[in-house]
Design a protein around this ligand. Sequence first.
Ligand SMILES: C[S@@+](CC[C@H](N)C(=O)[O-])C[C@H]1O[C@@H](n2cnc3c(N)ncnc32)[C@H](O)[C@@H]1O
Length: 451
Amino acid sequence: MAPSCTLNRYLLLMAQEHLEFRLPEIKSLLSLFGGQFASSQETYGKSPFWILNIPSEDIARNLMKRTVCAKSIFELWGHGQSPEELYSSLKNYPVEKMVPFLHSDSTYKIKIHTFNKTLTQEEKIKRIDALEFLPFEGKVNLKKPQHVFSVLEDYGLDPNRIPENPHNIYFGRWIADGQRELIESYSVKKRHFIGNTSMDAGLSFIMANHGKVKENDIVFDPFVGTGGLLIASAHFGAYVYGTDIDYNTVHGLGKATRKNQKWRGPDENIRANLRQYGLEKYYLDVLVSDASKPSWRKGTYFDAIITDPPYGIRESTRRTEEACSFPRSHVPVSLSYHLSDMFLDLLNFAAETLVLGGRLVYWLPVYTPEYTEEMVPWHPCLKLISNCEQKLSSHTSRRLITMEKVQKFENRDQYSHLLSDHFLPYQGHNSFREKYFSGVTKEFTVELSSC
Ligand SMILES: C[S@@+](CC[C@H](N)C(=O)[O-])C[C@H]1O[C@@H](n2cnc3c(N)ncnc32)[C@H](O)[C@@H]1O
């Protein structure tokens, strides 16, 4: 990373949704494209205003082509805790950096953005007039300006205690918006092929960003379902591949999930979903396969494994086993698949098949009264990058775990004793289903879409 004196300051305006997922998303994307958080800003907490140091505007634009957690980015010209502080900070901003955007041939517009307070039109105009000292020489154009500048005022987070004056005021040149519109355009409601555990579009994009998915990557989902997670990765230019134990899901057969439809139509499948979004060229294949018995030759194949394993709420956790009756039958029987075994297998599989630096991103269901960080499954080849909570009910949540492969995988036997010790704390969660239903109340904080 270049020394901070060569970096420019940018202001990110974050969306106030999925708060815990925002920092890992932005950090993952910065590590893909470059940039860092301003050293003065150590805690980002719940605030929608984050200051970043980024080497170039191109990098800021690349970041915004990916993020679903940030709304907009601005080149930061000034910042203060009072109007006077803002104005003196603006007076210190190098004029030569302003001039290209303020010269007489240009057109511009100034917008006022407030967080946690609404200003009258008169108050907004006052704020704009107060910026007269800036060397604006261009013409105002409210409809189609070449440059948009914003004053952003932060009145804190508490809607019951809105201060008279803002805690922070920023002034910046708007650079780009993030990808929030993907949440709507890829909404599951408008998707061709869905199931009752299809992953929400916004979270799918967040997972692909935590996984640092990029163009020409190969991304695998071993519990692919209707392929919601493949769609997000393909949107970012990765080739996608999946497996699922359920024949009907993989082949798009059986009962439909939509209320007014009895059976799935002839073209309801993952490939058709990708086609719907113009992403069919990224489809590698989907197969019927049991994740507890991966049929891969030894090797590293995947840049990212992004998945949502079953938790046993809306669908059972199953694996196959050869029947042990005599004479031996080759027809496999279906056994229940303990969550702790499933995560052990998943981490082993990821450690073995990810390229070095590749990421595993998955959901871990937890019973919150018993949860501790030590419970998060561990593997010597995988480094924990982030662990974010999404509440499901008053006593259960799922945690989005992101790990990165940092060490070459030797062989399974070498890790077996280590792993069983490390997985013990999670074993209490094998009865997650019972715990989930033991106290289900109307206090649900999210509609449980993916269990
Ligand atoms: C939560 S759903 C995945 C939903 C998916 N992300 C989507 O957007 O549709 C979990 C999937 O895991 C599958 N599954 C359950 N046990 C499995 C196993 N042993 N091996 C492979 N897939 C399995 C289920 O059939 C189900 O489709």
